[in-house]
Design a protein around this ligand. Structure first.
Ligand code: SF4
Length: 561
């Protein structure tokens, strides 16, 4: 089976020490990316760890495809114990980091411990493997992400494509803080930025010329690339916003903090509105599909990348804001302050509801600054919707503490089931019944009989996130091509996905999570029964736990175990 190559570099930021650890046997079983990092996290983070404690570990991991010249491969994975959901989460981001990371000669970076001083960590390839330098950066305290990049450029001649960075939100332990790369690409969901903040790590840079010896099968690699380059998909012009009006027409876009399902001003913030503001093409490393959205509005002096569809929802429809430039400003603030746009947007929407202030974009922008700096009401909102909702006097629209993505589970019931059972909480990239339900291939009505399909999709997505392949390449990276690229049959890939999901579940079980957490804040038909169907399809217990015997340890033990 094709897999990432290279050792894990484990860095204790408190001790300021670094070791390389041979993880070949883990990589051989797990491909790379999410599956590798989940196996390491499961075995090396104590089950009772505090997400903000030195015992939590953050993983940045690559897959085998990242040195290829194939479209949809310019992505990286991050995994850790989430301060938002209190369980394991993985999140991935595009950009241009992956080649610099692999060039530094490692497959996984593990960050452990806690530093007294704010640090930048520099990873380069040395003659005997990756090398590390620690730099104290007190002058970057409170810096926005682009200022960190500018510092790295002027002091180290490195670009934003060499860096992962947190903003003030991460430093201030905002529970949905992101890790940014290339200034505008976010490891968004689950608050891994706050995990780096708790370790006092402001930035990590990667540089080197090491090239892992990985042969990517061609065909199909270049077929995928050629098809990506010649595709006439709307998404190549409008990115993820291309389907905004369609989703609105299907009553699937939560509006005014879930009071409604459709937004009357959708055309002013949808795909055409975004395309009008787009001023050039944008891409990730090697990707000819180039779906990114560099946008600007000269009149109001805003330049950003995006908003993507989920941000159009969280800062547009969910807040009752119908001006695309207002949404662009929110998007840029989140990137600079280092916050997940979905969780930040929904949490601000909850606040606007409590203030009876839907549509007040200026208040939304001010509130984002307050959250990132934990000032005034921002200190409460920095805890996320689940922890803030009672004080705000609004309903708690989260699952396992994670704010909902769009694609409303009240309309798409299979997607609702997916949100309910996902180890990551209410995120659309975990299972994703939405595509089948929008297309009508699966009737959106009802939950029963959908569990087997959901299990297959979740398992597939683990493989995608482990390879690490962009979700938008799904039509090109077919199951058959995945088999060819990874050199293993699809059935084995499905079981690899299942093993990873079991490790996530088992870790979360050990933190007390089970059937009571697999629920929704609203009613959909037969949810409890469908959840049991899902457990049965996975071979889990009725209380939502994975039997201990189903889990085998694959990772090397941590030095302090
Ligand atoms: S499809 Fe878009 S997000 Fe995905 S790798 Fe290509 S440019 Fe990046």
């Amino acid at each position: 089976m094709l897999h990432a190559e290279g050792p894990m570099l484990t860095v204790d930021v408190g001790e300021r020490s670094a070791d390389t650890v041979d993880i070949d046997s883990v990589l051989e079983r797990t491909i790379g990316g999410r599956a590798t990092a989940t196996a390491l996290a499961h075995d090396r983070i104590p089950f009772d760890a505090d997400p903000f404690g030195p015992e939590n570990r953050a993983y940045l991991s690559t897959g085998p495809m990242q040195m290829s010249r194939t479209s949809f491969t310019g992505r990286m994975n991050m995994t850790g114990l989430s301060p938002l959901t209190d369980g394991l989460v993985s999140t991935n981001a595009g950009g241009y980091l992956s080649r610099n990371f692999a060039g530094a000669g490692l497959s996984v970076l593990e960050l452990a411990g806690e530093s007294d001083e704010l640090l930048a960590i520099h990873v380069t390839d040395g003659p005997d493997g990756p090398e590390v330098e620690f730099e104290e950066v007190p002058e970057l305290e409170g810096a926005e992400t682009s200022r960190v990049s500018a510092y790295m450029e002027s002091h180290h001649d490195l670009g934003p494509e060499n860096c992962i960075t947190i903003g003030p939100a991460g430093e201030n332990l905002v529970r949905f803080a992101s890790v940014m790369t290339f200034d505008s690409r976010a490891f968004g969901r689950g608050g891994i930025g706050a995990v780096l903040g708790s370790k006092n790590v402001k930035c990590v840079t990667f540089e080197g010329d090491s090239t892992p010896d990985i042969e990517i099968p061609d065909p199909p690699a270049m077929d995928v690339h050629r098809e990506a380059a010649t595709s006439d998909d709307l998404m190549r012009r409008q990115g993820t916003t291309g389907n905004t009006e369609f989703i609105n027409d299907n009553f699937s876009i939560p509006t005014r903090y879930f009071d409604d399902y459709e937004f009357e001003s959708i055309e002013s913030i949808g795909g055409n509105a975004v395309e009008e503001k787009k001023y050039k093409k944008g891409a990730c490393s090697q990707c000819a599909y180039a779906c990114k959205l560099p946008t600007r509005d000269e009149e109001r002096g805003v330049e950003t990348e995006g908003p993507e569809f989920e941000t159009v929802y969280s800062f547009g429809t969910c807040q009752g804001v119908g001006d695309i430039v207002d949404v662009m400003i929110s998007n840029e603030l989140c990137d600079e302050l280092g916050m997940d746009t979905i969780s930040a947007g929904v949490t601000v929407a909850a606040y606007l509801k409590s203030e009876d202030a839907f549509g007040d974009a200026e208040l939304a922008h001010e509130t984002l600054e307050k959250i990132a700096h934990r000032e005034g009401i921002g200190d409460l909102l920095a805890e996320g919707t689940a922890r803030a909702h009672e004080e705000l006097g609004v309903d708690n629209y989260t699952v396992k503490g994670m704010e909902f993505a769009a694609h409303d589970g009240r309309t798409l019931h299979g997607q609702g089931l997916s949100y309910a059972v996902a180890n990551r909480g209410a995120d659309h990239m975990y299972g994703g019944m939405l595509g089948l339900e929008y297309s009508g291939e699966v009737d959106p009505e009802g939950t029963l009989g959908k569990a087997e399909t959901l299990v297959g999709l979740e398992n597939h997505n683990v493989v995608r996130d482990s390879a690490v392949i962009c979700a938008f390449g799904g039509d090109y990276m077919t199951d058959e091509r995945l088999e060819q690229l990874l050199g293993v049959d699809y059935e084995r890939l499905q079981s690899l996905g299942a093993e990873t999901i079991e490790r996530e579940r088992h870790f979360n079980n050990k933190r007390g999570k089970g059937v009571d957490d697999d629920d929704l804040p609203y009613e959909i038909p037969d949810l409890a029964e469908a959840v049991q169907e899902y457990y049965e399809a996975r071979g889990w217990n009725e209380d939502g736990t994975v039997p201990d015997a189903a889990i085998d340890s694959v990772a090397p033990v941590a030095a302090d175990d």
